[in-house]
Design a protein around this ligand. Sequence first.
Ligand SMILES: Nc1ncnc2c1ncn2[C@@H]1O[C@H](COP(=O)(O)OP(=O)(O)O)[C@@H](O)[C@H]1O
Ligand SMILES: O=C(O)[C@H](O)[C@@H](O)[C@H](O)[C@H](O)COP(=O)(O)O
Length: 180
Amino acid sequence: MTGEPGGRHVVVMGVSGSGKSTVARGISAVTGLTFVEADEFHSPENVALMRSGVPLDDSNRRPWLADIAGWIGARAAEGQSTVLACSALRRSYRDVLRQGAPQLDFVHLHGPAEVIRERMARREGHYMPASLLDSQLATLEPAEPDESVLVLDVSLPPRALVAIAVRRLGLPVWTPVGER
Ligand SMILES: Nc1ncnc2c1ncn2[C@@H]1O[C@H](COP(=O)(O)OP(=O)(O)O)[C@@H](O)[C@H]1O
Ligand SMILES: O=C(O)[C@H](O)[C@@H](O)[C@H](O)[C@H](O)COP(=O)(O)O
């Protein structure tokens, strides 16, 4: 999607299994913002660590986040708007992402650990074991007052989460060409 220079940039954040990919894809479908999955930027070494049940640390995450910030910056330079699914667990990680676009909006999917654990256990074909949820929750640093973060309850259905996020962030609703 092209917009004014810089565009809008949204990161759907939260622990693994909180519904980031589902909600970010939904926002993209409704608004036309270009969707990207932060997991796709992980090195094979990072994926291997998580697959074997070892949590990432700052040194594993730093180059990953820098690459994502670079991607956001490149899209912003093209005037393209984006929506990402990215855990962005710590304040310092969000600060790295903001280097790509200073006015980054975050949607934090937050909710009971049991609900998220259940979803992770049921999810098929993903490298991330449910056993890493505890470390994800321990690493998570909620938004500080100066950050632009909308906190939403993971227990809501995906469609409601997408609708609330689009409305509260004032994102443009995309209309297919044939319906204009
Ligand atoms: N709001 C929701 N309500 C019920 N199930 C959900 C919701 N959001 C996601 N899910 C399901 O939970 C699992 C994890 O969602 P996913 O989007 O992959 O999370 P994440 O990207 O944060 O790891 C998936 O099987 C997905 O279909
Ligand atoms: O910083 C991290 O520890 C990882 O990014 C992690 O948070 C991410 O959650 C995994 O890559 C699993 O992917 P999902 O979040 O899509 O389950």
